[in-house]
Design a protein around this ligand. Structure first.
Ligand code: IMP
Ligand code: MG
Length: 173
């Protein structure tokens, strides 16, 4: 049996998203950034974030190969859906749900840099303390967290729990 333990409330998320949006608004004033959302997990975060940024902006989506029913990375990342926007010469902000091993982020960064954006920054809702300690740089980060599989606010476990408004860790009993 496993159960869900709430670790980040909707109130905490709302406040942090506002802070991140304010930073982005200040940093991109006078620009029209393209927000590239990594599906599916980041869709709730993206929707809340862009409504707080208060700048003219564009939205696009990418799909990278997921873990499917498994909980650990296979190491190989494939791009299943590419951006449709013309991002060359544009400021791009990559929006992801959680940076776990950092592999997806590394792969997507390399790929997008190849498309020659004017700039590329990453905005992630969550990142593991481990990957941050290893030196992975995330320009806009919501929360750092220890090990433990998390769900809710867009994040899933085998396609379950994305709709939950708060963030939970799955605990095995
Ligand atoms: P990475 O390539 O190991 O950094 O993992 C990237 C992707 O794996 C994330 O964007 C998530 O979609 C998924 N993922 C990793 N850890 C979790 C978790 O704890 N809950 C839900 N999805 C996760
Ligand atoms: Mg993801």
């Amino acid at each position: 049996m496993s159960h869900l333990r709430r670790i980040i409330s909707r109130g905490q998320i709302r406040r942090r998203v506002k802070e991140l949006a304010a930073q982005i608004r200040a940093d991109y004033s006078g620009q029209r950034p393209v927000f590239v959302c990594v599906l599916k997990g980041a869709f709730v975060f993206l929707a809340d974030l862009v409504r707080q940024v208060g700048l003219p902006l564009e939205i696009d989506f990418m799909v990278a190969s997921s873990y499917g029913m498994e909980k650990t990375s296979k190491g190989q990342i494939t791009i299943l859906k590419d951006v449709t926007a013309h991002i060359a010469g544009r400021p791009v902000i990559l929006v992801d749900d959680i940076i776990d091993s950092g592999l997806t982020l590394q792969r997507l960064r390399e790929y997008l840099v190849g498309r020659q954006p004017a700039s590329l920054r990453v905005c992630a809702l969550l990142a593991r303390e481990r990957v941050l300690a290893e030196g992975t740089h995330i320009e806009y980060l919501g929360f750092s967290l220890p090990e433990g599989f998390v769900v809710g606010y867009g994040l899933d476990c085998a396609e379950q729990h994305r709709e939950l408004p708060d963030i939970y860790v799955i605990e095995n009993e």
